[in-house]
Write a protein that binds this ligand. Sequence first.
Ligand SMILES: [Zn+2]
Length: 276
Amino acid sequence: MIKSNVFETVNKGRIKLLKYKKLSDLFFVNHAISTRCGGVSVIKGLESLNLGTHTADSEDNVCENYRRFCNAAGFDIEKLVLGNQTHSTNVRVVTEDDWGKGVMRERDYTDVDALITNLVKTPLVIHTADCVPVGFIDKNGGAIGNAHCGWRGTYGELASKTLHAMENEFGVRPENIVCTIGPCICMECYEVSRELYDDFEIKFGKSEALCSKDGKYYIDLSLINRHILVKNGVLPENIILSDLCTCCNHDFLFSHRGQGPERGIFASVLELTSAI
Ligand SMILES: [Zn+2]
C-alpha cells in the first residue's frame, strides 16, 4: 500500500488510480494517474498496466490497457490526445482535429512535450517513468495544460513555456492557475553528473533543490519545476507537490532508474469536463 498525504488511491476492479486529494474541489476537471496495477502486459518490467506505445509490448496489449484505464477513470478513449514526447520544449494547442491521436489514430505531429486546450471532454495525456508530469488548471475552468518535464524539459523551462502558451492562446493569467507536480524521481534517487549539477546551479542558483555530498551530486526536479512556476507568477499556495517517488515505489509506478530501460510507462491525464 502506498502512503501519501497528497494522493488518494482509487480502486476500480483491479485498476488502481491515483488522484490528487486537493483537486476534488475543482468540479469542472477530471484527472487520474495510472499505476502498474490491473493491466494485461506480462513482459518483465512492463507488467502490467503499461501505457507506453513505444515499448516491447504489443499494440493490442497497450490498447487494452488504455481501455481499462479509461473505463476506470471516466475518459473517452476516442478523444484521448497524446503528445509525442522527445524531451523537447514544444507546446501543442489541441483542437477537435486531434481527438484520438496517439492511441486510436496516428499522430501527425512530432516533438510535442506539452499539450494545452480549452476544449471540454478532451483528455490530455502525459507519459512518464521518473520524469516530472506538470498539470495546469485554470481556476475559472477556461483551459488546461499537461507537460512532460524530464531534466531537459526542466532545464529548458517547459513549465514556463506552457504557462505562457495558456496566457497567449486562452488569456489565462498564471495567478489563476492551479498546478500539479506529479509522481517523479526524488532527490535521493536522482544522482546526476557533476556537469549537469553545475549547469542547473548556474541557471537556477543554489537552492534546496540541489545537493552534493560525498562527491555525489543530486537534483530535485520537482522543486526546480516549482521554482520555475513561482518565478512565472503561479501562486505558491496553488501548487500541489507530489510526495511519491517513482523510483522508491517502482513496484507501484514505472521507474526508469528503479527498473532499468526495460520498463513500462504510466500516464497522468487531465480533462475539462464542463464549461463554467
Ligand atoms: Zn526515491
